[in-house]
Write a protein that binds this ligand. Structure first.
Ligand SMILES: Nc1ncnc2c1ncn2[C@@H]1O[C@H](COP(=O)(O)OP(=O)(O)OP(=O)(O)O)[C@@H](O)[C@H]1O
Ligand SMILES: [Mg+2]
Length: 811
């Protein structure tokens, strides 16, 4: 910087210029600046040896050599730490400051090369030789001069630290060598760079170097102001931190230094913006994003935060589908997918109607209860498709840990959101139909009760701000249409059940299964296995009629229902149909068959092997002492055999087969009743025999009172040696006085009886009205005997033939 300086003590400031140089001069090290010829340089001198040097100089010829230090950290640099080229300076002014340091103003003159150091104390003294400029005028030189002048002028305009006066000085300087020195002295660039400028004696080369440096500086200056404007437009958001980050990023972008982490952060930010988070979530996201940018990528937390932000971005915060509440359309979709179940469909349509009339109403939760394979899940899917909503399902069966539903806190290693949030993400909209399967099979243990979490999920009062432990921000579930499914109601926590609208589905009769198979399962499996009309061409009918590649006859379906499946629903039936379709598809593919395949009863056996289920009632009840009962189970009804055997003893009763207490009591009551049967029981029979009652079949839970009359019948059959009719099954509770009390689950029990090939049922008279629940075809086929007392049961159940021969029987 040129500063015009008045003379010191009356001496002219120009005194030292181009003075005759002595052989050696004291050396004043410059810590982080470089002196240039033909400039004035203000210096603060603090070191003792330097103050001594200045004092001595002022006392003598005022001259010294100023040399930059290679190492700005060095306190008292020695000869090795100094550059080999410096500038001669003449002290023009000196001022002592009260703190003991000295301010001097130095007029810099010739460039010199330093030779040997002749003294190092009290200060450095070195031999010097002048190193003058080499100036070869050329047009390049002139061009460079103008370029440098112009560039520097622009820099001055932009840079606050350069005084305006420089502009004038630079504009007026004709001498390229001096120009270079002036500019180099004024620039704030690295010491090495300045030193290079100083050491370059060839003026042309020096200007070339300088113009490079200036070009770079100008670019930086311009970037700086570009950032300034960029940032200013963003400043309205009033975020200081944001401002600095933008600035940092802009700089890095210009330098091509956008590193992976930044790129990652930018990508995350983009995803989050796309997700359109609600206000309260976006604040959290912003905070985490800021942490993410600060953390080193190697740190464990870096990954944790990234995972978290990705989860936030992946949820459908503001993506929703529009509801279609057209009831006609809904009806059509339900009919398209499901045979009959009119009552269920009606309930669903009523439900949708209510929603249509009062969209604001907090929706209640639907619960489908019924045995497996009766269409609970597929109904849920149909509802979603009828309403135009996404469908997603999750199972809570066997869940014993609250965190499976609600997620783990982020502090756990490998923490994840719970299943609700995962389902929401998979659904991709915030108002899906969400099916929660097996709500009756949820457990609980020390890790917290999942039912309480479910309660929060399903409660319309609370679920608008459901909190997942992992995400830890409120999530609105109030637009989700929840449908739960269960096989039974008993095991559902009452508080949950309370909030649900229960829709019951029951098993299908043989006829219904055949109908479902013909209209739905066969066409679907044909389609899936490429046997539909599309494949074979000519035909047009589906479901096994003319023109299709495969035709199922009625007897074939009957035998599949009877001999290959034993279920309340139609899932296994669909699987068996599928398996036949695959085999036939293969025949076509391998070209062992060209014309359509008709599936008859024999074909089924040919393709599926021997029937898996044989009617066993006849075989089991051929001996006296075995009676057929009916049980209700969560998977539908089932038949249950009660066996009674007698052996020598004195009237004791043993009961086995893992039966529960209630059933044991029933057995005792049955026994008491039979003991007191008059006439039927040989006298003294109980004095000579013990009884063993056994209830085989491990899978069926055996408790409850409804096997009472079956036990009495088995015992009576054993005692009287009259076999039980093999076409008959029974269900009913028993009292000590021989009354028969009503039971539950008649429909499922009747369906089970049909599956077992039974066509006669003995049931309590007080269950009469339940017969209406049983589908018509089955009701017609099945003969019901209504009873009030055990006497009537025995009359109806035991074969007569034996009674007639009873007197001849041994005791
Ligand atoms: N009434 C019906 N009409 C047409 N298809 C049906 C009917 N009932 C069930 N199905 C079919 O039976 C199969 C099994 O049904 P789904 O999977 O819905 O049973 P689920 O009741 O959910 O059983 P689970 O309790 O085991 O989950 C599905 O392919 C379904 O389409
Ligand atoms: Mg299901």
């Amino acid at each position: 910087m040129t500063i015009h300086v008045p003379s010191v003590d009356g001496e002219p400031a120009e005194a030292g210029r181009r003075a005759q140089l002595p052989d050696a001069l004291p050396v004043l090290p410059l810590r982080d600046s470089v002196a240039f010829p033909d400039t004035m340089m203000p210096l603060a001198v603090g070191q003792e040896r330097s103050i001594k040097l200045v004092d001595d100089a002022l006392a003598g010829n005022r001259m010294m050599v100023m040399v930059a230090s290679r190492d700005p950290e060095a306190e008292e640099p020695g000869p090795d730490q100094l550059y080999g080229v410096g500038v001669v300076g003449v002290v023009a002014r000196m001022m002592k400051v009260p703190d003991g340091t000295v301010r001097i103003l130095v007029q810099c003159s010739q460039r010199v090369e330093l030779g040997d150091y002749v003294a190092t104390a009290p200060y450095l003294v070195a031999r010097i030789t002048e190193a003058p400029d080499v100036l070869v005028p050329s047009s390049e030189l002139e061009g460079l001069r103008r370029n440098v002048q112009a560039t520097f002028s622009r820099i001055i305009e932009e840079l606050p630290y350069l005084p305006e006066e420089l502009l004038l000085a630079v504009a007026n300087l004709e001498d390229p060598a001096e120009l270079a020195h002036l500019i180099a002295g004024a620039l704030r660039v690295k010491t090495e760079e300045k030193q290079r400028l100083l050491e370059e004696r060839d003026v042309t080369r020096r200007l070339r170097l300088l113009s490079e440096i200036l070009a770079r500086e100008l670019e930086l200056v311009e970037i700086g102001s570009k950032i300034q404007t960029q940032v200013q437009s963003e400043m309205e958001r009033g975020q200081r931190e944001y401002f600095l980050r933008q600035q940092l990023r802009a700089i890095q972008e210009e330098l091509g230094e956008v590193d992976e982490q930044q790129a990652e952060a930018a990508e995350l930010r983009r995803q989050l913006e796309e997700a359109n988070l609600p206000e309260h979530v976006s604040t959290v996201a912003e905070r985490e994003l800021a942490r993410f940018e600060r953390l080193p990528p190697q740190s464990a937390e870096h990954g944790v935060i990234r995972g978290y932000l990705e989860w936030l971005a992946s949820l459908p915060w503001s993506r929703s589908t529009e509801d279609n509440l057209d009831l006609k359309h809904a009806r059509a979709v339900l009919d398209r997918d499901h045979y009959d179940i009119e009552r269920v469909k009606d309930r669903i349509l009523e439900f949708l109607a209510v929603r249509k009339l009062n969209p604001e109403a907090r929706s209640s939760i639907v619960l489908f209860v019924g045995p497996p394979g009766v269409g609970k899940t597929s109904l849920g899917r149909s509802i979603a498709s009828a309403m135009g909503r996404e469908f997603e399902r999750m199972s809570v069966g066997g869940v014993r840990d609250e965190s499976e539903i609600r997620g783990h806190r982020r502090t756990y290693i490998g923490a994840m959101p719970g299943t609700i949030v995962r389902a929401l993400r998979d659904a991709g909209s915030n108002n899906p139909v969400l099916m929660i399967d097996e709500i009756d099979k949820m457990g609980a243990d020390f890790r917290g009760d999942p039912a309480s979490a479910m309660l929060e999920v399903l409660d319309p009062e609370q679920n608008s701000s459901f909190r997942d432990h992992y995400l830890d921000v409120p999530i609105d579930l109030s637009n989700v249409f929840f449908i739960c499914t269960a096989n039974q109601i008993d095991t559902i926590p009452p508080a949950l059940l309370d909030r649900m609208e229960v829709i019951e589905l029951s098993g299908y009769t043989h006829e219904e299964k055949r109908e479902i198979a013909t209209r739905y399962l066969v066409p679907r499996q044909m389609e899936r296995n490429g046997l539909g009309r599309s494949k074979i061409g000519r035909g047009q009918a589906a479901g096994g009629s003319r023109g299709a590649a495969i035709v199922f006859t009625k007897p074939a379906l009957d035998s599949m229902i009877e001999g290959y499946t034993r279920e309340a629903g139609v899932r296994s039936l669909e699987r068996e149909i599928g398996s036949i379709c695959r085999k036939v598809a293969r025949e076509f593919a391998e070209a062992t068959r060209r014309s359509k395949r008709t599936i008859r009863r024999e074909t089924v056996e040919e393709l599926l092997g021997k029937p898996r289920f044989q009617p066993e009632v006849k075989r089991r009840t051929s001996e006296p002492g075995v009676a057929t009962g009916l049980a209700w189970t969560p998977v539908g009804g089932d038949v249950l055999f009660v066996e009674a055997i007698a052996y020598p003893g004195d009237g004791k009763l043993q009961i086995t087969g893992q039966v529960g207490d209630v059933m044991k009591e029933s057995a005792a009551a049955a026994l008491s009743y039979v003991r007191n049967l008059n006439g039927e029981v040989p006298p003294d029979w109980f004095k000579e025999h013990d009884l063993h009652v056994h209830v085989p079949a491990g899978a069926i839970p055996k408790d409850g009172p409804s096997a009472g009359i079956t036990m009495a019948t088995a015992i009576a059959s054993r005692v009287t040696e009259r076999p039980v009719r093999s076409d008959t099954a029974m269900t009913g509770e028993i009292t000590l006085s021989g009354m028969v009390l009503p039971i539950g689950g008649l429909k499922e029990k009747a369906l089970a009886a049909q599956r077992a090939g039974i066509n006669r049922l003995i049931i309590p008279r007080r269950n009469e009205r339940d017969i209406d629940d049983i589908p018509e075809p089955l009701r017609k086929k099945m003969k019901f005997t209504l009873v009030d007392s055990v006497d009537e049961v025995l009359d109806a159940a035991l074969q007569k033939r034996a009674r007639r021969s009873r007197p001849a029987q041994p005791g």
